[in-house]
Write a protein that binds this ligand. Structure first.
Ligand code: IPM
Ligand code: MG
Length: 367
């Protein structure tokens, strides 16, 4: 019989956000409540509005009271933000600012995006089974710097025409700290690290490469390689299993992790952890708010539930609970249950049926 460790109370903040965020978060909450009933885990759960939901209620995407709650929480679960309703707003006031504001205010610089193929989903991948069987890649994305945050930025008028500007900037400290996270992660895995850059064109990534090489000297057991981002995008769909850990900057990581997600069958499968130096984190699916399917029970809750597993693993150092949740997800898929994104025909499990089934699998594992 599997056991779950008892622990000190944990304070978890749920931020469902917009679109399918609510539906998938409801499944995460069910899972947490189940764990509290069935195990010795002591969790305190609170909820806050961010993104479009917060714009509608409070006139801003990240109210200071919610940011305060987030700062005091032991871990944060986030659904997704954004939707067509708020697309006409200034970039500075859009729902996405909530996400970016949380990441930067909490200094969640290390974004871990594991792309693991659940064997029962082999047929759902767009690649041939032999290319993706046993796929297990970890993408580490720098999350609080680079072109997402570089100053100056904006649109202005120059010589009578509009000019758009963003700045791609990294200092040594930012590169070093993400490099250490990546080397340490590689040490725990297959000891291969591929750093992705565009050092043939962009000076900022030339520095990125230099610093990676310097940090590599502290990790002689890890094999470091470098790859240009265009080639990395191609290699991810050509021969994805050549990768173990990939480390890259904010924007390249955003793009490559969507590619990696599809290798696993559906973007609805990929969880993520965004961590600060102490391992405090925010956990969220890689997918967005999918307004086109919101409210229809079509959303796949598994990326969200796997994000809950990552929370136990990385923020609470509770590998046992994390493994149990991951195993329950695999067992549910092995039984053949598929949400709309994964179904090969017209029948599919709803979001809550999938969530219930994961809990039923977990119940069996707990004995
Ligand atoms: C992601 C998302 C976000 C990002 C958006 C919603 C701001 O695409 O987490 O990958 O670009 O970082
Ligand atoms: Mg993205």
């Amino acid at each position: 019989m599997a056991k779950v460790n008892s622990s000190s109370p944990r304070n978890i903040l749920l931020l469902p956000g917009d679109g399918i965020g609510h539906e998938i978060m409801a499944e995460a909450e069910k899972l947490l409540n189940f764990l509290m009933q069935k195990t010795a885990l002591d969790l305190t759960i609170s909820t806050g509005a961010v993104g479009g939901a917060a714009i509608d209620q409070f006139g801003e995407p990240l109210p200071s009271s919610v940011l305060m709650q987030a700062k005091h929480a032991d871990a944060i679960l986030l659904g997704a933000v954004g939707g067509p309703k708020w697309e006409a707003l200034d970039i500075a006031k859009r729902p996405e600012k909530a996400l970016l504001g949380l990441r930067s205010s909490l200094e969640l610089f290390a974004n871990l995006r594991p792309a693991i193929l659940a064997e029962p989903l082999m047929a759902a991948s767009s690649l041939k089974p032999d290319l993706v069987s046993n796929l297990d890649i970890l993408i580490i994305r720098e999350l609080t710097g680079g072109i997402y945050f570089g100053q100056p930025r904006g649109v202005s008028i120059e010589n009578g025409e509009r000019v758009g500007l963003n700045t791609y900037r990294y200092n040594e400290t930012e590169i070093k700290r993400i490099a250490h996270v990546a080397f340490k992660a590689a040490q725990k895995r297959n000891k291969r690290l591929c750093s992705v850059d565009k050092a043939n064109v962009l000076e900022v990534t030339e520095l990125w490469r230099e610093v990676l090489n310097e940090v590599a000297e502290e990790y002689p057991d890890v094999e470091l390689t470098h790859m240009y981002v265009d080639n990395a995008a191609m290699q991810l769909v050509r021969q994805p299993k050549q990768f173990d850990v990939v480390v890259t900057g904010n924007m390249f990581g955003d793009i490559l992790s969507d590619i990696a997600a599809m290798l696993t069958g559906s973007i609805g499968m990929l969880p993520s952890a965004s961590l600060d130096v102490n391992g405090k984190g925010m956990f969220e699916p890689v997918h967005g708010s999918a307004p086109d399917i919101a409210g229809q029970g079509k959303a796949n809750p598994l990326a969200m539930l796997l994000s809950v597993a990552m929370m136990f693993r990385y923020s609470f150092n509770d590998h046992n609970t994390a493994n149990l949740i991951e195993q329950a997800v695999t067992n549910t898929l092995a039984q053949g249950l598929r949400t709309a994104d994964l179904s090969e025909n017209d029948t599919y499990a709803t979001t809550s049926e999938m969530g219930d089934s994961v809990i039923a699998s977990l119940e069996k594992l707990l004995g």
